[in-house]
Design a protein around this ligand. Structure first.
Ligand SMILES: NC(=O)C1=CN([C@@H]2O[C@H](COP(=O)(O)OP(=O)(O)OC[C@H]3O[C@@H](n4cnc5c(N)ncnc54)[C@H](O)[C@@H]3O)[C@@H](O)[C@H]2O)C=CC1
Ligand SMILES: O=C(O)/C=C\C(=O)CC(=O)O
Length: 345
């Protein structure tokens, strides 16, 4: 995978397309972000065969089918996806179905561009998998493009990236390299996000945050995720809760639950966040970003927890602390009610 990183470097997109011999590209975007699609289309000029601007969160299968039909109708030889994790996810899903390459220009901090993980939602279930074929051929990170990203989207998607790092630190297949990336990615985002919430146009902080999401995304792609990602996956796929906000609300509870069972991860998170109690700091950052105070505020009901629990325990899952149903339900209830997170962890 190639990475082009730096302010103004989106101008190198045509050279990236030429490097792979792509000259019938479909530009993929999301409703409300027509200006991004226009910018990329203008840069790519004659290499653009058409557009598909209907990417949605959690990548509904119906949208994937529609995008693939359009790609086929246009005789495209690849896609350029510009946007957040939802757009990148659609680009990957199209790559998986058509075998065509995708080039990605990320504009949030989800980290998806760095992973071979695809996800598709159908009939109230989100399926995910790993396939090296969906990994973007080239990723163009340009902090200039993120200067008008709203503070809330910056904060919540940045916390989603920190969640990748936290779970990478206690992953069963963590390595010294993934742990270094996780700690440094967390430090970069935890430093940049409060600045961006106050000053969204701050270019050095934008650059630092993109660097952090690059590192955290790599961690996600290279390790096995645990309870936190499992819960968010279920809450997003089955209950349609918003992805990054769900991560932001739940992460402090999972940190308080898991980190005491993973001392090295706990120490790394403490160093990266510059505090003794990472869980409380993650809760503070979530509130600063504008996350709702509880999963209940997002619409999750206590009666939904039976289904969440059924799915969590439907197959074995990696986790540093043994999972007992009453403890997992207790964690979920606390997050659902917005009970103040325990200072431990
Ligand atoms: N497969 C993987 O490795 C991963 C996948 N994901 C997936 O990514 C999705 C969530 O991604 P997010 O980026 O959090 O959300 P998103 O892609 O839905 O974007 C959030 C909002 O930000 C807006 N936005 C994007 N760029 C903007 C800009 N430059 N200026 C102003 N507004 C802008 C979008 O229009 C949207 O309203 C989920 O579907 C999740 O499953 C997330 C992480 C990793
Ligand atoms: O949950 C995450 O942030 C990481 C992976 C995914 O979102 C994959 C997916 O569900 O699309």
């Amino acid at each position: 995978m190639r990475v082009v990183f730096g302010a103004g470097r989106v101008a190198e997109l045509p050279a990236e397309a030429d490097r792979f011999g792509l000259d019938r590209l479909v530009v993929v975007g999301t409703p409300g972000r027509a200006e991004d699609v226009k910018l990329v289309s203008t840069l790519l000029g004659r290499r653009v065969a058409g557009h598909f601007e209907d990417a949605r969160m959690h990548v509904p299968a119906s949208v994937v089918r529609a995008a693939c039909e359009e790609v086929g109708r246009l005789g495209a030889d690849g896609c350029v996806a510009i946007g957040g994790g939802s757009v990148i996810g659609l680009g990957k899903a199209v790559a998986r179905r058509t075998g065509l390459p995708v080039i990605v220009v990320p504009t949030t901090y989800s980290g998806s561009e760095m992973t071979p993980i695809w996800g598709i939602t159908e009939d109230g279930r989100k399926r995910t998998g790993r396939d090296i074929g969906v990994l973007p051929r080239s990723v163009v990170y340009d902090p200039e493009l993120t200067r008008r990203l709203p503070p809330r989207v910056s904060g919540l998607s940045g916390l989603n990236a920190i969640a990748h790092a936290m779970e990478a630190l206690y992953a069963p297949d963590a390595s010294p390299v993934t742990s270094l990336m996780a700690e440094e990615g967390t430090r970069a985002l935890a430093t940049a996000l409060p600045i961006l919430i106050d000053e969204p146009g701050d270019l050095p902080a934008r650059t630092l945050a993109l660097r952090g999401s690059w590192l955290c995304g790599l961690c996600l792609g290279q390790t096995t995720m645990s309870l936190h990602h499992k819960l968010c996956h279920i809450l997003g796929g089955t209950f349609d809760l918003p992805h990054a906000e769900t991560h932001s609300i739940l992460m402090p509870y999972v940190a308080a639950f898991n980190l005491p069972a993973a001392p090295a991860a706990d120490a790394a998170m403490s160093r990266a966040l510059g505090v003794a109690a990472p869980a409380s700091e993650l809760a503070r950052l979530g509130a600063l970003a504008g996350a709702a105070p509880s999963l209940g505020e997002l619409g999750l009901a206590e009666s939904d927890l039976d289904e969440v629990m059924r799915q969590v325990f439907s197959q074995p899952y990696a986790n540093p602390r043994r999972l007992w149903p009453d403890e997992v339900r207790g964690l979920l209830l606390a997050a659902l009610r917005g009970t103040p997170v325990q200072a431990s962890g």
